[in-house]
Design a protein around this ligand. Structure first.
Ligand SMILES: NC(=O)c1ccc[n+]([C@@H]2O[C@H](COP(=O)([O-])OP(=O)(O)OC[C@H]3O[C@@H](n4cnc5c(N)ncnc54)[C@H](O)[C@@H]3O)[C@@H](O)[C@H]2O)c1
Length: 231
């Protein structure tokens, strides 16, 4: 586990209204999501240079630590992106809650600060209630799981299903390519959690094929093998 702190001072300098300003961000976890989030945050908006200097300027905004407690107390924002395991997440939050402010609900000022922060990073934030999978994963994960089930039932090869969805739905990746990219372990843990919440929901039913691949340590691109093999 790595804790990556990125300084994004000045990112919010144009805000006309005095609001909560996010200057220093800690990203917990340095896997697929954590490294991607940290990269997005670390890139200074005003950087117009290209190539090596851009990388060097970005890296100046970054420091890393394996001691979360030593960095979160000086952070304006903490983004949790560790492994999809409720107990591990709860353990980490139990540790960090000693250092960060706890509120029972997200305040409007926090909500607005995060919307502004995301916009300052060039993102397009959307609002969503606190619900499993929020918007994207709530739609995406059942689709990915149904793709596996379609293949498990012998209705199509993974290659043909991927090709069909890329050409038929104009998706940049087919479901099996995307599953390998997301991580089969992460996908399984998400589905297991939802299945536990709603055991009778067929959209959240586990897949023997997915379970078997994860059991074999085939997590997708991160382990060089999932539904496909990678060099
Ligand atoms: N992969 C995706 O496309 C995707 C999309 C949306 C949300 N998410 C969510 O983001 C989170 C991270 O997913 P990911 O794909 O980056 O996973 P990942 O497997 O790539 O990375 C997991 C990170 O958790 C850390 N970790 C593992 N065990 C830990 C422990 N005991 N204590 C603290 N940290 C530990 C690892 O070192 C690693 O940095 C998960 O909750 C996942 O559901 C992932």
């Amino acid at each position: 586990m790595a804790f990556v702190t990125r300084n994004v001072a000045n990112a919010m300098a144009t805000s006309a209204v005095k609001k909560m300003v996010v200057k220093t961000v800690t990203v917990l976890g340095s896997g697929l999501m954590g490294s991607g989030i940290a990269q997005g945050v670390g890139i200074r908006l005003q950087a117009k240079v290209a190539g090596l200097k851009f990388v060097q300027d970005t890296m100046k905004n970054i420091s890393t630590s394996i001691d979360a407690a030593s960095v979160v107390h000086s952070s304006d924002l903490v983004v949790e992106a560790i492994v999809e395991n409720l107990q591990i997440k709860q353990d980490v939050f139990a540790t960090l809650d000693k250092f960060v402010v706890q509120t029972p609900m997200t305040s409007q000022i926090t909500f607005e600060a995060l919307i502004d922060f995301a916009k300052a990073l060039g993102k397009h934030p959307v609002a969503c209630k606190d619900t499993p999978g929020f918007l994207v994963n709530r739609l995406l994960v059942p689709y990915l799981m149904e793709s596996i089930r379609l293949h498990e039932r012998g209705h199509g090869s993974k290659e043909d299903i991927d090709m069909a969805m890329k050409l038929g739905a104009n998706y940049p990746m087919g479901p099996f390519e995307l599953l390998d990219y997301v991580g089969l372990d992460t996908s399984k843990y998400i589905m297991d959690g939802w299945h536990e919440l709603e055991p009778n929901n067929p959209l959240f039913a586990p897949s023997p094929l997915l379970d078997s691949l994860v059991q074999q340590g085939k997590f997708g691109r991160k382990t060089h093998e999932g539904f496909y093999k990678y060099n």
